[in-house]
Design a protein around this ligand. Sequence first.
Ligand code: FDA
Length: 305
Amino acid sequence: MEKLMRKFFLFLSNNKFFTRLAKKYGLRCGAGRFVAGETIEDAAAAIKKLNEKGLVVTLDHLGEFVDNEEEARERTEECIKAIKVIGEQQLDSQLSLKMTSMGLDISDELVMENMRKILEAGKKHNVFITIDMEDYARCGKTLDIFKQLKKEYDGLGTVLQSYLYRTVDDIQELNVYKPNLRLVKGAYKESPEVAYPNKADVDENLKKIIKIHLLNGNYTAVASHDDHMIEYTKELVKEHNIPNDQFEFQMLYGIRAEKQEELVKEGYKMRVYVPYGNDWYGYFMRRLAERPANVAFILKGIFKK
Ligand code: FDA
């Protein structure tokens, strides 16, 4: 049943009709638990509150799969605006983005031009940029662009997904760049030809890549709500005397907030991924797919109002 619900929500996350409908009717249906609002002002207020609790942030302007140049340029401007707000209000926040929003599917020239504009703004305001990893079809291209831009800009990182077979090779290949990487299990629906179909293998592979990246001496963001991964990382760093400033934990806004604060109290760096914007539908559906139990929580929220 859970598998069926997961498939259902992943199908909905990609559906253009429902995406349009969601944009029109705004942040309802309980999405507000996972999304910090529709405007950069809403997001800045949410970041301030998190910063006050000792949590650091990576801010994400929601949106993906843009298929026209005008929209890609608008999304780029939105990222630049967010970077300026972070810099001017001295928020402790980085920025995350999806390259499909910057024109990845439209042309190489467009995506590179937009990425360079964003990275220039990041450099000016001292805001680190992470390229989120999208589906398998775009993984190779995302990493190629990352490698190219990493030669030009220091303040850039990306994400690797432990469900992909290719990731163990990718992490070793990327080692020459000494990159700051976020390591995750992976959120998209992939074929068993390219990704582990069993959760146990995905979990084992996440542990494996956390170990490789940390022991290679690189900055590692362990992005998981899974206590096993958190405990594994704590033990690993202790065993190998890895200092607290070589790694951090990351979790999503609205998920396990108490655990996030607990990790801060224990002295770990804890970064919260804060999404905002009116294109929240695909993101929200993927969160429901990950944990169908959230549906019950959200339904309760709707009926309480
Ligand atoms: P998983 O879903 O396997 O759950 C394991 C355990 O965690 C559960 O059994 C439960 O104990 C606990 N748990 C999970 N959710 C909970 C909840 N709501 N309440 C209480 N306990 C809960 N993916 C991607 O493909 N590309 C990307 O760029 C990113 N970026 C990203 C950034 C950040 C900061 C995070 C945290 C995640 C991503 N992801 C991602 C998503 C990631 O790939 C993955 O889909 C989710 O994090 C879910 O996997 P987990 O490792 O969190 O645990």
